[in-house]
Ligand binder design. Structure first.
Ligand code: ZN
Length: 131
């Protein structure tokens, strides 16, 4: 069953970094995002929180900003992994099935997300990690 675009209410970009190695690039992105885009930049999390296995901060943005900020992140993510996912009402599906990655995909602690993962023939949630 196909879902309509109208299920999407907004997006997150989770910008992952290594506090000891790649934080300067994360800082560069953070400042540029705040200056150039209609987006809400979240707090630094040098210690992993929630479903995330490494340090990150999140950027929240609305649907109209997607075609501006996502291509810009494609050009500028450098050494960082970034998960861009929609909000469609199911945390597990949004992070593990509907998201797209820039850079290397990382594991996600799926037990810490709301919702259920559907069984989809031929699809394995390869980023799913147990806590
Ligand atoms: Zn998120």
């Amino acid at each position: 069953m196909l879902r309509p675009f109208s299920d999407i209410t907004g997006y997150h970009a989770h910008i992952y970094y290594d506090p000891l190695r790649t934080k300067p690039h994360a800082e560069l992105l953070r400042e540029a995002i705040a200056a150039q885009f209609e987006a809400v930049v979240g707090r630094w999390h040098d210690v992993p929180v929630g479903p995330h296995v490494t340090a990150m901060y999140q950027v929240a943005f609305e649907i109209p900003e997607f075609p501006r900020i996502v291509p810009w992140l494609m050009l500028n993510h450098g050494p960082l992994s970034i998960l861009i996912h929609p909000h469609s009402g199911n945390g597990k599906m949004d992070h593990l099935l509907h998201g797209l990655w820039l850079g290397k995909p990382l594991r996600i602690y799926y037990d810490r997300l709301s919702g259920e993962l559907p069984r989809i023939e031929g699809w394995v949630p390869y980023t799913a990690e147990r806590v």
